[in-house]
Design a protein around this ligand. Structure first.
Ligand code: KIV
Length: 281
């Protein structure tokens, strides 16, 4: 008897390609732990990304460059435990795929074998095409990432919009075609003009997933902490806050601290009684 399940079918790279063909938008969100992964799945995300943004969002780094493979692996394992339906994509951190192909294969393989990732994401254009081909040989699907690639922040001179000049836009389009040709199943377009994202989206048969790339991409991705408003200060231009949870959390934590100090917490209902005295004959 065939196995039956009420769960919606798990998302695959093939389904993402079909979504593009049918014009169904792809929703992707980051997650770095099991409960967030479960929540993001329940919310209906098609892709859950363990981004190296974890370095900035959760680990207190200034940028994504210090993030290590072990750190990503730790978070991928947690997300895997909370994930049910979404395609689980793990970012390959800086210097885990650039040095040589063998190292890239070993590191991507670990994210899949030990972490449970179903695909990996790499930043870069033409230069990562050989890595994509090598990873496909060990059956690791690759999502590419163009535009503002945060691992290149020092070369780019900061977190700036990319592809505004015609020659840069032309190069990005060429890179996108090369990445598709090398076998990438999707490409993230970060912080580029909407018109360029539309052109790349039109010219590729694989889905484009935008972040700060306007409305014409085949899907969108945001850092989940940005979606629920956990960051300090004003959000970046391309972020839409769907909630404002930081002040709510701050208020709750401050109320707890106050109540501990003035003795209001714990109250009787939060405390345990001793066992009733044993009856004597
Ligand atoms: O690291 C990350 O979270 C990302 C997304 C923002 C695309 O690369």
């Amino acid at each position: 008897m065939p196995y039956k399940s009420d769960k919606p079918a798990a998302v695959t790279t093939t389904q993402l390609a079909l979504m593009k063909q049918k014009g169904v938008k792809i929703a992707a969100l980051t997650a770095y732990d099991a409960p967030t992964a479960a929540l993001v799945n329940e919310a209906g995300a098609d892709v859950v990304l363990v981004g190296d943004s974890v370095g900035m969002v959760k680990l207190g780094y200034e940028n994504t460059i210090p993030v290590t493979l072990e750190e990503i692996l730790h978070h991928v394992k947690a997300v895997k435990r909370g994930n049910s339906r979404a395609l689980l994509v793990a970012d390959m951190p800086y210097l885990s795929y650039e040095v040589d192909l063998k190292e890239a294969v070993r590191n991507a393989g670990r994210l899949v074998k030990e972490g449970g990732a179903q695909a990996v994401k790499l930043e870069g254009g033409l230069e990562i095409a050989p890595v994509i081909k090598e990873l496909l040989k060990i059956n690791v699907p690759v999502m590419a990432h163009l535009g503002l690639t945060p691992q290149a922040v020092h070369r780019l001179g900061g977190f700036k919009v990319q592809g505004r000049k015609p020659q840069d836009a032309e190069k990005m389009l060429t890179d996108a075609k090369i990445l598709e040709g090398a076998g990438a199943f999707a490409v993230v377009l970060e912080c580029i003009p909407s018109a360029l994202a539309r052109e790349i989206t039109r010219k590729l048969s694989i889905p484009t997933i935008g972040i700060g790339a306007g409305p014409h991409c085949d899907g969108q991705v945001l850092v989940s902490d940005d979606v629920w408003g956990l960051g300090e200060g004003a959000p970046l231009k391309f972020v839409k806050r769907y909630a404002d949870l930081r002040p709510v959390m701050l208020k709750a934590a401050a109320a707890y601290c106050r109540e501990v100090k003035d003795g209001a917490f714990p109250a009787a209902e939060h405390a345990f009684e001793s066992a009733p005295a044993a009856k004597t004959a």
